[in-house]
Write a protein of this length. Structure first.
Length: 428
């Protein structure tokens, strides 16, 4: 989990305490490509010399084909739904890969079952379904955010203050863009092929070639990944306590004050409504035009992103003092169910983001107690899998029902199960 600066904690102390307990406003301005493209691209060329691409390894065994885009929380609307069926019960966890540092980013799944896995050591690796290393590159600093897979390459950012496009076949860097601040949010692909990513206090709209189209400056740091609707409208929250909506050209659609930091990736619902969580412990819903639909109190920080159940429920991962997940009615905000992994504990520890939703509506998520949980669509527990590190990264579901979990211990786990047990109502 990336701990934000602030009065609540020092990140090292929080990580130590959490392990013990869980083993227990200047106006926004728009800057276009005409005025910034050369300023950003020229330093990027110098940076390329400092980080030369690796020599090409032998070609991989699997040819990359399939959907045009794979990204953080499944799609540009950040719904976190999977077309596959997840494990049901009697699960076993095996170590598929060991990175040199924690895994905080959701892996990307390629056609044929290969995985792209990023770590806080700054490495991006492509693995076979069996965990064999096909290639690995280093991007110079920590990678917190998931890659976007589009066509024959992946786009991602790092804390080296740059965004890169990496060829899937051999890991070579195709283009890179130097940005002002840590690029620790996940990119999203717009309907016209533009790539939208936040870094520092700015939102960048990038052409498929890697050149800058639009840059939008906000007042405070952006920790949440942007979401994009079918019409190209961009939604993003920031630590200026606002939810922002822009066109791809950078024109403002609306801005709403939510009263607390907005580090949660927005979710675009099936009806076009926008849902987002805050550090004020609330989930907000807005109509397409920006009118407030509801505000629901879920009792803890909501970060990382929301999920959309198959029945339309908006599902939030919630931090302490009652960490767990909470499902809300998408129209009224009324609570449909809550699953708490424990009662009591620090406010800065809990469930970082909503669960993965499989093809039958089952829910899968990790937590800061070193566990992966599986629930049915009504919130009853199916099983729990103990691991050896916090699981803050969103889970990934592959064909054949294999669930992949990246953990703070630097391991990527493959979880598989079989027959369905009788559900239990809560995790307490």
């Amino acid at each position: 989990m990336k701990i934000k600066p602030g009065p609540l904690l020092a990140s090292a102390a929080a990580a130590t305490i959490g392990s013990a307990l869980f083993a227990g406003r200047a106006p926004d301005t728009l800057l276009t490509a005409r005025s910034t493209e050369h300023a950003i691209l020229d330093p990027a060329l110098r940076l390329a010399e400092a980080f030369p691409p690796p020599p090409p390894p032998p070609p991989p065994e699997v040819v990359v084909k399939g959907p045009p885009s794979r990204t953080f929380r499944g799609d540009a609307k950040r719904r976190h739904r999977s077309p596959f069926h997840g494990p049901r019960a009697l699960p076993t966890a095996t170590i598929l890969h060991e990175a040199a540092a924690s895994i905080a980013a959701m892996p990307a799944l390629l056609e044929g079952g290969d995985l792209l896995v990023a770590s806080l050591g700054g490495a991006l690796a492509r693995l076979s379904p069996a965990g064999d290393l096909r290639w690995k590159i280093h991007l110079g600093d920590r990678i917190y955010a998931s890659p976007l897979v589009t066509g024959d390459h992946a786009v991602l950012g790092s804390d080296a203050d740059r965004i890169v496009a990496v060829r899937l076949s051999d890991g070579r860097i195709l283009w890179q863009l130097l940005v002002d601040g840590d690029a620790d949010t996940a990119p999203a692909e717009a309907p016209d092929g533009s790539i939208v990513i936040a870094a520092g206090t700015s939102l960048y709209v990038i052409r498929p070639s890697g050149s800058l189209r639009t840059r939008i400056r906000l007042q405070r740091k952006i920790y949440g990944s942007p979401a994009i609707d079918d019409d190209g409208t961009i939604y993003v929250g920031a630590q200026d306590d606002h939810l922002h909506a822009f066109t791809l050209a950078g024109a403002r659609v609306f801005r709403r004050d939510l009263g607390a930091d907005v580090d949660c990736a927005p979710l675009v619902g099936d009806d076009g409504a926008i849902f987002v969580g805050t550090d004020g412990g609330h989930v907000f819903a807005f109509e397409k035009g920006g009118a407030l639909r509801f505000r629901a109190d879920v009792g803890g920080f909501v970060r990382g992103g929301l999920s959309l159940g198959l029945d339309g429920s908006v599902i939030a991962g919630v931090y302490g003092p009652r960490p767990g997940i909470v499902a809300l009615d998408p129209t009224s905000g009324a609570e449909r169910f809550a699953f708490r992994i424990r009662e009591g504990g620090p406010r800065e520890l809990g469930v970082h983001g909503g669960p993965l939703v499989d093809a039958q509506g089952r829910l899968y998520f990790g937590a800061a107690d070193d566990q992966v949980y599986a629930l049915d669509s009504r919130g009853s527990r199916l099983f729990t899998v103990p691991l050896t590190g916090d699981v803050d990264a969103p889970l990934v579901l592959g064909p054949g029902g294999v669930l992949y979990a990246g953990a703070e211990d630097g391991r990527l786990y493959a979880i598989q199960g079989s027959a369905l047990p009788a559900p239990t109502r809560n995790g307490l």
